[in-house]
Design a protein around this ligand. Structure first.
Ligand SMILES: NC(=O)NC1=NC(=O)NC1=O
Length: 245
């Protein structure tokens, strides 16, 4: 059996439910999804400061997942917070939803657009495109200009703005595919794909399938080089338990 730990790095239980549902919708019959979020931290991640706070919660869950023997991990926030630190700590594969969605988009289109939340997270998504080498595949980035938790307020306004952003992206950008730029948008991908007639990609599902594939291929995070386990040392205060024994 494959057990995939899906970490929502923010502390929103509602968004953790949304993300868990998107993961379970695509998980294979032999895959169990463990959807988790930090007990303490930041309710939504909307910038570098939030990502720094959220990273500690990600690392705590990576450690716990490794001790539970999970097969792999997903970091279900579009900033992929703490991705490389998590890979040092993890034994199995660790996949961020931004990198997963971007990779998938390049396999079904030569140019893709991103629809994300706040304008400032558009800039962060650009940093990710540069880091992952996908800058030239991305035709444009759009922000619905609503806070992340608007996706969980039950009004449907954020979902409607995501739909409008995808329609605009299809019409204006010449893109063949669209990447949804927030974990909280995950459950919108399939209906938008049907309505727009082009691939609208959710990174949660993409990351779950990538972890399943890596596990099936016997590929886990390389421990040769900079992703080896962290250098052993005594951590103090609240960090004391972060390194596995
Ligand atoms: N671009 C984003 O909206 N990133 C995110 N912030 C969160 O709290 N979850 C996300 O996916």
């Amino acid at each position: 059996k494959t057990v995939v730990q899906v970490i929502n790095p923010n502390t929103s239980l509602a968004m953790t439910e949304t993300i868990g549902a998107a993961a379970r919708a695509v998980a294979g019959p032999a895959t169990e999804i463990l959807a988790v979020c930090p007990a303490q931290g930041v309710p939504s991640i909307e910038g570098h400061f939030d990502e720094a706070i959220a990273t500690l919660g990600v690392l705590e869950h990576i450690k716990a997942g490794r001790e539970q023997g999970v097969s792999g991990h997903v970091i279900a926030c579009f900033g992929d917070p703490g991705l490389l630190a998590a890979r040092e700590l993890a034994q199995g594969p660790v996949i961020g939803i931004a990198e997963a969605a971007m990779h998938m988009a390049t396999m079904v289109s030569t140019r893709f657009s991103i629809v994300t939340t706040l304008p400032r997270t558009v800039i962060i998504a650009r940093h990710l495109l540069q880091r992952y080498g996908f800058e030239h595949y991305c035709a444009a980035l759009h922000a619905i200009d609503l806070p992340v938790l608007a996706l969980e307020d039950g009004s449907g306004l954020a979902q409607e703005k995501v739909r409008a952003g995808c329609i605009q992206a299809k019409r204006q950008d010449g893109s063949g595919a669209i990447v949804l730029g927030c974990g909280g948008m995950a459950t919108l991908a399939s209906e938008l794909t049907l309505e727009l007639g082009i691939p609208v990609i959710d990174g949660v599902g993409a990351a779950v399938k990538m972890v399943e594939s890596l596990v099936a291929l016997g590929l886990s995070t390389s421990k040769h080089g900079d992703l080896d386990y962290p250098v052993r040392k005594t951590l103090s205060g609240q960090f004391a338990g972060l390194l596995p024994d």
